[in-house]
Write a protein that binds this ligand. Sequence first.
Ligand SMILES: O=C(O)C[C@@H](Cc1ccccc1)[C@H](O)SCc1ccccc1
Ligand SMILES: [Zn+2]
Length: 171
Amino acid sequence: LLNILRYPDARLHKIAKPVTVFDTRLKKLIADMAETMYDAPGVGLAASQVDVHEQLVVIDTSDTGTDLRVFINPEILWASEEKQIYDEGCLSVPGVYDGVERPARVKVRALDADGKPFEVDADGLLAVCIQHEMDHLQGKVFVEYLSPLKRNRIKAKMLKEEREQKRDKQY
Ligand SMILES: O=C(O)C[C@@H](Cc1ccccc1)[C@H](O)SCc1ccccc1
Ligand SMILES: [Zn+2]
């Protein structure tokens, strides 16, 4: 299992670079990310969250965990005017859920694990998740859509929890 960076770790704000080499290293990284996502559990995970700054995202919004999708160098070709508000969570900000407004439907082009291009028209949870994960690749965490007051409270809470975890490890 890979270690998931916790907000407000500065490494979460690094910009991911495009993937250019489709080798066994990449395939192992994808497998490790998928295992980490299912174990969390989550419906998505961006490479940025495991401190790998390459444009790679794994998503599985099926509730049976049997529909793994890999998006490499994803780009949004079209986004609907219509928006939807969704109570988002994030594996890097555990225990925090809050409403974020995003386009309800997006058309995404990406490469698969073999470097082959594909396109997806997404709506519902898949649309939210793709946009949430693509934000991670741009160094953006969903709490940045919240008010400064909420974000500062979340930052303080995360830092407090981190201090407590470190203390517990000592004893
Ligand atoms: O990127 C992450 O941290 C995983 C996110 C993906 C996600 C965020 C918002 C909305 C949908 C997906 C989640 O923590 S995965 C946990 C989860 C599961 C079902 C619904 C919402 C969040
Ligand atoms: Zn996230």
